[in-house]
Every structure is written in structure tokens, then in C-alpha cells.
Design a protein around this ligand. Structure first.
Ligand SMILES: Cc1ncc(COP(=O)(O)O)c(C=O)c1O
Length: 378
């Protein structure tokens, strides 16, 4: 039944296995239940309201977004409490003010004194009260004040004096993606927690309430052992999982709910390789497994049902072509891959692969796949 309905879909296309997705949601909920901290899911991975609602079940209802387009899309579907978790560009402050005016409960983040000055100025100009979380850098991976930076209290006081609500602290330990062992991820989770709590305590010692202490990435959320002082966890990619997460050991390959369905379009007999109609447009250029123990090229190839085909990977891509090879350089038995055979490709990074597509096909056994739209753009 599923085979018939899948063979009717145009390729390349994005499939979400609804059962695996639900199991991933349950695994995260069970972990956060043990840690007794609620989830503010990051919706940049799914960019779809139905999946967001499944992620939100049992949690307070606040979400994290990575674009104002996501904020608008989810607000239009009834989600009120949104954390826009990319350092705010001063050029977007008017757009944020308009959304506050429209009743959206949107919080922004910053990690620069200069940005704080721009926020204070824009608050005066628009007569609005921005809500800000200060971003802390736990691991040197991207952005944020150091938890002990002298500029942190100065910036917080400047915002407060300028009529801006200093709502709290946020940290994203993106460095967890480069961890080489389970213990390293556990340690990173504790570093993430400690830097957030330390920074929050510094703000509280100034007399600022700092109610929110927000942390999270999928690896640290799944491996944290205690989250004392943390008020919420943000995680997003866990909903689908991917090869990078499997390479880190925080899920197994059989947990990956997202795949790109593709069709064989030709052969390269000289090299024993197969051509498919999923290139970097369908898979993304993400090479997140390149630095891991097992490099999966642009994705790991499975059969149409997700069954194991060994170490068959997409070695190279053009815009609309993928070249499928044996990972060890051996020749593929081309007779097993006739033109027209359909395959699935598991993604390196689910967020990047999904971002190439306007919609998913949600699959359940014995049901016709259901089309789910994704919000696009900025
Ligand atoms: C600020 C922020 N919070 C949370 C997350 C969620 O992390 P993950 O995708 O590992 O679940 C991300 C992901 O990039 C992020 O940038």
C-alpha cells in the first residue's frame, strides 16, 4: 500500500515517517520529564504547524524560531509566545515593533552592547517595550557574551534603564555537534547549564529578575544529567534526527524520520556508480558527517522502505544529480539499481535538507501520504 502510494509521488521529495517522528518526540519528552524542565521546541527544523503541535504537546506552548517568517507563520496558526533566537539585526527592530503592536509575544536576543543601544533607541522611537534575552557563549562555537564578561552587566543595565525588558539568558551549545564521545556531550551539557545559570545569577545580583534561563541543542538536551537552575530547553532537530546526530550517538540511524525519495536515472559503468535525481537542490550541500568517524557524503542510501543497503552513499552532487557509490570505493552492482528504481536518502543535517523543500509527505503504514506545507524564506 505504502509502496503504491510512494510510487505516485514526484521525485525528489521529502518524506517524514510519522511513527519515527512520534517516537523521537516521545524520547525527548521522556528525557525532559526526567530532568523536570519544559521544552520550548525550535521549529526551524519542521517549519510546519502540525508537526509543531505534536512537539508542543505537554509543554507550556512557547516556541523558538529562526526567522520572522516562521514567527509570522506560527503566530497566524495561534502560537503566541515566540523566541526569535538569532542575534537581532538592528534593521529588523521596526519589524519586531510591528509584531509586538499586533499582539505577538515575541522575544529577541542580543550579545553586543551596540545592539543593545540600537534596541533602546528603537524602543524610544516606536514607543514599544522589547523583550530581550542576553545570549551567552558556552563553547566558543558561535555567538554570545562570555558568562563572566564585564560587558554583560553593563549591557543588561543599559537595556533596563532604556525601558527594555531583560527577560533572561539564553545559551546554545552548538559545539556539542563536534563532540567525540558521550562523556564529552554530557560535559558540554553541564557547561551549557553552568554558563547560563552563572550569567543569570550575575544579572540577579544587579536587581534584575532574569526569570528565563533557556538552554539547548539536541545533543545536550538528550545527554544532560541534571538541569538545576534552567527554566526551559530548546531543541529542534530531534524531531527528525539525522546522520550527524546518529554519528554523535544520540540516536540510531533507524530513528531518522526524514528522507529524500529519489529515482535512479542512469549508471556510470566505468566507475560502478548510480545516478539519481536528487542532487544538492534536494539534499542540500551539508557535509556534516565529513568530520565524523563515518563520512556519509551527501547522505546514506536506503531502499524505498528505508531498508539497509549497506554503506551506499551519495558521493557527489550536482544541482539535480546525485552520484551514488560504495563508501569504500568498491563498485555498485548496477543490475540491482535499474533505471526507475526508487530509493531513500537519509540526510546529514535534517534542518538543511528540509530547508530545500516547500513541503513534506507524511507517511504512515497503510495510509496515503499526506502533504504538509513548510514555511519558507525570512
Ligand atoms: C539558538 C538555538 N537554539 C536551539 C537550537 C536547537 O538545536 P538542535 O537543532 O541541535 O536541536 C538551535 C539550532 O541551531 C539554535 O540555533
Amino acid at each position: 500500500m505504502l509502496t503504491d502510494s510512494l510510487s505516485g509521488l514526484p521525485t525528489p521529495c521529502l518524506l517524514v515517517d510519522a511513527e519515527k517522528m512520534q517516537a523521537n518526540i516521545q524520547a525527548m519528552n521522556a528525557q525532559l520529564g526526567r530532568l523536570d524542565v519544559p521544552l520550548r521546541p525550535h521549529l526551524k527544523t519542521c517549519k510546519n504547524i502540525e508537526i509543531a503541535q505534536a512537539m508542543l504537546a505537554g509543554h507550556p506552548g512557547g516556541v523558538t524560531v529562526s526567522t520572522l517568517a516562521e514567527a509570522d507563520y506560527f503566530f497566524s496558526h495561534g502560537i503566541q509566545d515566540l523566541l526569535y533566537a538569532v542575534g537581532i539585526a538592528p534593521g529588523k527592530l521596526t519589524a519586531v515593533a510591528q509584531r509586538l503592536e499586533a499582539g505577538m509575544n515575541i522575544s529577541i536576543i542580543l550579545d553586543q552592547e551596540a545592539t543593545a543601544e540600537a534596541v533602546v533607541k528603537a524602543a524610544r522611537q516606536h514607543g514599544c517595550r522589547y523583550r530581550v534575552l542576553l545570549e551567552i557563549d558556552a563553547d566558543g562555537a558561535r555567538a554570545g557574551f562570555k558568562a563572566d564578561a564585564a560587558t554583560l552587566p553593563d549591557t543588561a543595565l543599559k537595556l533596563d534603564a532604556g525601558g527594555v525588558e531583560v527577560a533572561g539568558i539564553m545559551v546554545h551549545a552548538g559545539g556539542s555537534y563536534a563532540c567525540c564521545s558521550q562523556q564529552a556531550i554530557i560535559d558540554m551539557a553541564e557547561t551549557e547549564r553552568r554558563s547560563a545559570v552563572t550569567a543569570a545569577e550575575r544579572l540577579r545580583s544587579l536587581g534584575l529578575a532574569c526569570p528565563e534561563v533557556s538552554i539547548g541543542s539536541t545533543p545536550t538536551a538528550l545527554r544532560a544529567t541534571a538541569l538545576a537552575g534552567v527554566t526551559e530547553v530548546r531543541a529542534g532537530v530531534y524531531v527528525f534526527q539525522d546522520l550527524v546526530m546518529a554519528g554523535l550517538g544520540v540516536c540510531s540511524e533507524s530513528d531518522i524520520a526524514l528522507s529524500v525519495m529519489t529515482e535512479v536515472i542512469g549508471h556510470r559503468p566505468a566507475t560502478g556508480e548510480v545516478l539519481v535525481d536528487a542532487g544538492w537542490m534536494a539534499l542540500s550541500r551539508d557535509r556534516g558527517t565529513a568530520s565524523q568517524r563515518r563520512d556519509r557524503g551527501y547522505g546514506l542510501v536506503r531502499d524505498l522502505h528505508g531498508g539497509d543497503l549497506g554503506e551506499l552513499i551519495v558521493r557527489a552532487t550536482n544541482q539535480e544529480h546525485g552520484i551514488v557509490s560504495q563508501a569504500d570505493g568498491g563498485k555498485v552492482d548496477l543490475a540491482d539499481f535499474p533505471v526507475g528504481r526508487r530509493l531513500r536518502i537519509l540526510p546529514n543535517h535534517a534542518c538543511a535538507t528540509a530547508a530545500q523543500h516547500t513541503h513534506f509527505w507524511l507517511t504512515l503504514p497503510d495510509a496515503v501520504p499526506r502533504r504538509l506545507e513548510r514555511c519558507m524564506g525570512w
